[in-house]
Design a binder for this molecule. Structure first.
Ligand SMILES: [Zn+2]
Length: 520
């Protein structure tokens, strides 16, 4: 199977039809044909990986100058041109052969044979096989993968590789990084918006590392990592920036087997005569360090950038500022992904951001998160004040979320009781105020040049927060999920909450004057 010339990328068109296409077909804007809008694979982690695959292909074969970037934004390249560019990698992107896509150069050294299902990052809801005592029920078991799904699973694992026992290296951005992309109207637009211009992309490149094996690690012996750091580390000076998209933390070889009869792939259902039931592997693959991947936000502490990973509770508006622009929280700087920074400074128009990634708990995925949020353009001279106001909104909401949680806890479990993880109460509150938050942020932006325009927005946000907090409180107080709640205790707690939310502290956090506005 060839990853350039085989139609293996599952996509969806505007009219809802689905099919598999070659990667270069994303600029198929033939008249009368419904445009391709998104990747549409059987799993959300595959969707997230495949779009990075296509962006990686574009970045690797078509890194533009700034004017070149604008040219293709205005006029997408014709199919033939894109096909020609991608075809420069034809031989490098074969899934089989002596040099196989994203697989180890020295297969004879790999002795640990695994079932093909181990290639998949276990998603929540799937029980680990050892817990699966009932052998008669084949719950979502994966025994066979078609070449398309195997290639995708391999790319997904190398991109997200979690920690997994001694010497099993994590992905270049650590296990399960958060990725953030600028969304476009079509798949092409989404991809091209997330390709960096040459100056940005090659800013940190070592100009000596331009060989094919510096870009695609499977073309040479793996830079293994048995040696104690810093000896076993692969950093910016050791490879070309392209390797960020084609990183190989895991030493893997897929084993293609001819099937006795046509068999169906356990993920996509395709009937195949040759497929994958096993792969071989070995620990101590490439140990990457010090990269700032173009598609991920980073936090910078003591001058060292580290990629952001989704945490329990998900991705929400409280993270928004750090995902769309620089923000500093005590001594930690949060830096948006380079592609977001480029879009904001180069294009300067409103758009939407797509954030996704695994929440990993060491070897296992706890959850897959997927969220979209706005990117808003603010006149440069007003950026600082805008950011300050948005921070106020979030600070106020954080405090309310905390207060609400304590208050609900008191009612449900009693003041003395500290057991249990009650973060779901805060998450409920964050979810309930999400849409309102972006409305208020939008209003901020629209009122920026009006003197004191922000006050009415803050007052309105304060009212929203109060209302949402009380409604979440009532939800849990009346839900009956817990042991019988003492009604007197509930009334007292609710009144306390109401009073706290009307107090000085919250107004202060929001940057509102102490005295309440009289509207009459
Ligand atoms: Zn399949």
């Amino acid at each position: 199977m060839n990853l350039i010339n085989d139609p293996w990328i599952p996509i969806r068109r505007v009219d809802g039809t689905r099919e598999k296409v070659e990667a270069w077909r994303i600029t198929d804007f033939t008249e009368g044909k419904s445009p391709i809008v998104a990747i549409a694979s059987p799993r959300p982690d595959f969707d997230g990986a495949l779009i990075q695959f296509v962006i990686g292909l574009l970045q690797t074969t078509c890194t533009p100058s700034e004017s070149g970037w604008w040219d293709w934004r205005e006029n997408p390249p014709p199919l033939e041109m894109l096909q020609e560019r991608f075809a420069t990698l034809l031989e490098v992107f074969d899934l089989e052969g002596a040099k196989a896509f994203m697989q180890d150069f020295s297969p004879s050294e790999l002795s640990n044979r695994q079932n093909i299902s181990a290639l998949l990052i276990e998603m929540p809801g799937e029980k680990p096989q050892k817990d699966n005592t009932d052998h008669f029920i084949k719950r979502g078991r994966v025994d066979l993968l078609c070449p398309h799904c195997a290639a995708t699973a391999l790319f997904t694992l190398q991109t997200n590789a979690p920690a997994g026992g001694q010497g099993n290296r994590t992905g270049l951005r650590g296990g399960g990084p958060l990725s953030t992309l600028v969304l476009g109207e079509t798949l092409w637009e989404t991809c091209w918006r997330n390709v960096l211009t040459k100056t940005r992309y090659l800013a940190t490149a070592d100009l000596d590392k331009t060989g094919d094996a510096d870009r695609f690690p499977w073309l040479a012996r793996t830079r293994t990592s048995e040696a104690k750091p810093p000896a076993g580390i692969t950093g910016l000076v050791d490879v070309h920036p392209d390797q960020q998209f084609w990183a190989m933390p895991r030493r893997i070889r897929l084993q293609l087997e001819k099937q006795d009869k046509l068999s169906s792939c356990d993920l996509c259902g395709a009937e195949v005569s040759c497929g994958y039931r096993h792969f071989v592997t070995k620990n101590y693959g490439v140990n990457y360090e010090g990269f700032e991947h173009p598609l991920s936000p980073h936090y910078v502490k003591d001058g060292i950038p580290s990629p952001v990973h989704p945490q329990p509770g998900g991705i929400g508006y409280r993270h928004w500022l750090g995902l769309v622009e620089n923000s500093t929280d005590s001594n930690v700087e949060r830096r948006p992904a380079k592609v977001i920074e480029q879009f904001r400074s180069l294009v300067r128009e409103d758009a939407r951001l797509w954030a996704f990634g695994f929440d990993m708990d060491k070897m296992k995925a706890r959850c897959w998160y997927d969220a979209t949020m706005p990117i808003l353009v603010v006149p440069m001279e007003l950026e600082v004040s805008f950011k300050g106001q948005v921070e106020c909104l979030v600070r106020g909401a954080s405090w309310v979320a905390q207060t609400l949680r304590w208050q609900v806890k008191d009612v449900l479990l009693g003041k003395e009781n500290t057991r249990g993880d009650l973060s779901f109460i805060q998450n409920h509150f964050w979810g309930a105020t999400e849409a309102g938050f972006y409305e208020h942020v939008q209003r901020f932006r629209d009122n920026l040049s009006m003197p004191l325009g922000e006050l009415s927005v803050l007052e309105s946000w304060l009212a929203d927060l109060r209302m949402a907090a009380l409604s979440v409180f009532d939800h849990y107080a009346q839900a009956g999920d817990f042991d019988a709640v003492d009604p007197r205790r509930m009334t007292v707690a609710r009144n306390d909450l109401k009073k706290t939310l009307s107090g000085k502290k919250l107004r202060q956090l929001l940057g509102l004057p102490h005295s309440l506005h009289k509207t009459a």
